[in-house]
Design a protein around this ligand. Structure first.
Ligand code: TMP
Length: 205
């Protein structure tokens, strides 16, 4: 028995968190075992790396390598064992985020990320990726209203997020079966309905 691996993506402020809560609830209500986790993070070591990644200035390639180091640990300790026992894994960000942020946002060569992807999880890809798509100006307004102290990424300018968004769209266009783009500039209930329509066909009868 193997479970399903669902990843959730989008620029900062796109409203992933509330939709993840809804999705996890929806899957649990069907009696499925659900592991809800995040990147960078998801393990004790990964959460320590997250602290560094979100707050410490560092070289771009160091940033990409640490993202993948945290990911390797996460896959080995959490994701693969959960899938092997038949659980559904809902992961807040995965490798598409590295393509979008380090690749699109910061300009790291795509092939370097592909090389790390192949090394770290050549045999594992999400079954489904939802990208919550929102204009950077709207996302920035949401973040400002939330009032939390911004991390290193959230302090980036609109141009950075425009590039991140474009890279996400590129990832979706390259693999439309796995990656689904959800328009996040709509009321939460309408977004939930879209998520439902995508998830329902995957659910066991
Ligand atoms: P979060 O605030 O949505 O949990 O994400 C943490 C930040 O880390 C977010 O700004 C995106 C960034 N990030 C990357 O730059 N590359 C990655 O590979 C991942 C997983 C996250």
């Amino acid at each position: 028995m193997t479970g399903r691996f669902i990843t959730i993506e989008g620029i900062d402020g796109a409203g992933k968190s509330s939709q993840i809560g809804y999705l996890v609830e929806r899957l649990c209500s069907r009696g499925l075992e659900v592991v809800s986790t995040r990147e960078p993070g998801g393990t004790a070591l990964g959460e320590k790396l997250r602290e560094l990644l979100l707050h410490e200035p560092m070289n771009l390639e160091t940033e990409a390598l640490l993202m993948f180091a945290a990911r390797r640990e996460h896959i080995a300790r959490v994701i693969s064992p959960a899938l092997a026992r038949g659980a559904w894994v809902v992961c807040d960000r995965f490798t598409d985020a590295t393509f979008a942020y380090q690749g699109g946002g910061r300009g790291l060569a795509w092939w370097k990320i592909e090389t790390l992807e192949d090394w770290v999880h050549g045999d594992l890809q999400p079954d489904l990726t939802l990208i919550f798509d929102l204009a950077p100006e709207v996302a920035a307004g949401r973040l400002a209203r939330a009032g939390n102290a911004p991390d290193k990424f959230e302090r980036e300018q609109a141009g950075f997020f425009a590039r991140v968004r474009m890279a996400y769209q590129e990832r979706a266009a390259a693999d439309p079966t796995r990656v689904r783009v959800v328009d996040a500039d709509r009321p939460p209930q309408v977004i939930r309905d879209s998520v439902d329509a995508i998830i329902t066909p995957l659910l066991p009868p």
